[in-house]
Design a binder for this molecule. Structure first.
Ligand SMILES: *Cc1c(COP(=O)(O)O)cnc(C)c1O
Length: 464
């Protein structure tokens, strides 16, 4: 291999010494931060939030030493964070960040690659192409499926649904990318009554409308009722859900997909976290039937614990996704290489495929299965402990989500606020079919049995 000979005349750049110091300082602060997580309250205190005002004034006229910028962030920003990287954060559906993914994130920032084009950064393009195949396989999706690495499930839903819009309109003789939606043949969108609000936002951004969808009634667990489906045809996009954000339940894909396919509908799956159940032999049965869909959206920053931000879109019909996303003419002859920006809304973008590669490489198939199994077992323990103390668990705990009521709406809300203030753990409120509930989502690789026992004890202590 030829190597580049350093120019003997080149002198070390003086600014590099301070760069080294500031990066080492940041690495040191980051490690300190992580090591202190266990001994701080999960939520930031009101004093640390108030202290943020020191960072929020007008932009100074003078330059600031980078070391001072990092010091301000570490000393004032750090304490005002929510301890999401710790083991006792159970809010929303939010994972932690695996060491390999976190460290890869540091390298990605250092390398400063623009991941839009292969020619600009072969390492990002090749690792991304490898990692999305690993993810596709873990999720049990068909070979040949195209994929994009985006910022989250919202944009993954958007990207996959853009492919659906392209395909159904092309079949109807309309080029939506060229001519837009004005005067286009009408498409019908069918969603479950329990569709995630961000799915509706994705539909809105695509000009398909939030309100002109047909909503299918759901059962007590939030599953779409297969017996209540409207007429489906080849102008229909049917959106199923794998993993309800409250109950963790799955729409009955096995009962719905064969018929929907036969009718010519495009089946899309919002599986932001639930789709990863496919990675575990113990939970794989829950996603049975979803592999019959045409497109899928999921998050690597939720259950796989690969850090923010990382969403994945998969589309069975690769040309449809390229037609919707590529800058180039839709059916231009392509080389063997996967060009990242042929698949994403963005051109310039962060090389998040490298973090995806690093996290999945750390986990392997067994590690991903283990995260699913362990977090689901923790959810079972929470549910059993709360039930044993006489509190009502509102959902069938099929996955990593638990909904609990401590009595009436007011009492449940009070317990949640007190628990957040007390600081052992963090859980949020939700409404489930008209009832106020506390939602426990066990999604982090860090959470240990001890974390669960400590948090459960705090819940029971405060509820009493
Ligand atoms: C979290 C979630 C989303 C939105 O994902 P983002 O990554 O926040 O954009 C969509 N659908 C479901 C079911 C979710 O759980």
């Amino acid at each position: 291999m030829p190597t580049r000979t350093p120019n003997p005349a080149s002198k070390p750049r003086p600014e590099l010494a301070s760069r080294t110091a500031v990066l080492q300082q940041a690495a040191h602060s980051a490690v300190e931060y992580l090591n202190r997580l266990d001994s701080r309250p999960v939520a930031p205190t009101s004093e640390s939030i108030a202290a943020l005002s020191a960072l929020c004034g007008p932009l100074p006229n003078e330059q600031t030493d980078p070391a001072e910028v990092v010091r301000l962030l570490s000393e004032i920003g750090g304490p005002a964070t929510m301890a999401i990287s710790g083991g006792r954060f159970f809010g929303f559906v939010i994972g932690g960040c695996l060491p390999a993914a976190m460290a890869a994130g540091w390298l990605v920032n250092t390398w400063d690659q623009n991941a839009g084009l292969w020619v600009a950064t072969p390492v990002s393009a090749d690792l991304e192409a490898t990692a999305v195949e690993w993810a596709r396989e873990l999720l049990g999706l068909p070979e040949g499926t195209a994929s994009s690495v985006v910022t989250g499930a919202t944009i993954a839903n958007f990207s996959a649904l853009a492919a659906a819009r392209h395909q159904l309109l092309e079949r109807a003789g309309w080029d939506v990318e060229a001519d837009g939606l004005f005067g286009a043949p009408e498409l019908h969108v069918v969603v479950g009554e329990e569709a995630h609000p961000s799915l509706l936002k994705s539909l809105a951004m695509l000009g398909l409308g939030k309100n002109r969808v047909v909503r299918v009634p759901v059962d007590k667990q939030g599953r779409m009722r297969a017996d209540a489906l409207p007429h489906l045809d080849d102008r229909t996009i049917l959106c199923l859900q794998a993993g309800n954000v409250n109950t963790g339940s799955f729409d009955p894909a096995g009962a719905i997909c064969p018929e929907a396919r036969a009718a010519g509908a495009w089946i899309h799956v919002d599986g932001a976290f639930g789709l990863w159940a496919a990675a575990s032999p113990n939970y794989r049965h829950l996603v049975k039937g979803f592999e019959l869909a045409d497109s899928w959206a999921t998050d690597a920053h939720k259950w796989p614990n690969l850090g923010y931000d990382c969403g994945l879109a998969f589309v069975r019909d690769a040309p449809a996704l390229r037609a919707a996303m590529s800058l180039r003419a839709a059916y231009l002859e392509r080389g063997a290489r996967r060009e990242p920006s042929d698949y994403t809304p963005e051109l310039s973008r962060r090389a998040r495929g490298i973090e995806l590669w690093a996290g999945l490489r750390q986990l392997g198939k067994a590690g991903m299965a283990e995260i699913v199994d362990r977090t689901c077992a923790h959810a079972q323990r929470f549910a059993a402990g709360l039930k044993a103390a006489g509190y009502e668990v509102l959902n069938e705990v099929v996955l990593n989500q638990v909904l609990v009521s401590f009595g009436d709406a007011e009492k449940t809300a009070r317990v949640i606020v007190r628990l957040q203030e007390e600081g052992t753990c963090w859980v949020g409120p939700t409404k489930w079919q008209g009832k106020t509930a506390m939602r426990i989502s066990v999604s982090s690789w860090v959470t240990s049995e001890e974390d669960v026992e400590q948090s459960l004890a705090a819940m029971l202590r405060i509820a009493r």
